[in-house]
Design a protein around this ligand. Sequence first.
Ligand code: G3P
Ligand code: CA
Length: 226
Amino acid sequence: MLKIGHRGAKGYEPENTLIAFEKAIELGADGIELDVHLSTDNELIVIHDETVDRTTNGKGEVNQLSLKELKALKIDNIQQIPSLTEVLDLVNKRCFINIELKGIGTAKPVIGLISHYISEKNWDYNDFIVSSFDWKMLEQTHSLDSKIKIGVLTEVSIDEALAFAKKINAFAIHPDYELLSKENVILMQQNGFEIYPWTVNSESAIQKIKSFNVNGIISDFPDRIY
Ligand code: G3P
Ligand code: CA
């Protein structure tokens, strides 16, 4: 059962920050999950929302701010918004990285960055999973590099996610855990997909989802999965 730290270890440190990713690794995470958007100067930025308003001391849309402007903002008075490159360099292959494509136009630069780390820095395809609720960006990902491991995110329908996962030869399905049953987990696994539900935080929910024999769990508290 793989432990995947949601936005790092969101239960312990500010989400999507370098200290949250380091914390997840310290807690024994096999993988970390993070969200990416593009800045106005086309840098890949690790942040969940379309705006900086909720998580920083600034205001505005991420894709209307430059990397320099984004780096000037503070999270919890001290942390900065990381770029995706900074996170990759911090992680340095100590666990895999589930990159969730949030912002429009992130598929191509993310695949470019992954290719660079594989060809120039000795990383491996197994060091990455690319996921998204935006299935058009997943189609694009698959057509840019069919070896990339793709996770199909859904909060709506297991049947539709399964059909789409087959269509693009995905690696995994990442469902809202409330959509799962023992039967549909078996069905998806029989079709060859790993199952990584999110965001499973309470001890009782973790025990229930574990009993479905999923392949991994995405949690704000990766240390609760064992
Ligand atoms: O990738 C799983 C989960 O992070 C999807 O939901 O809103 O937390 O990005 P959200
Ligand atoms: Ca996410």
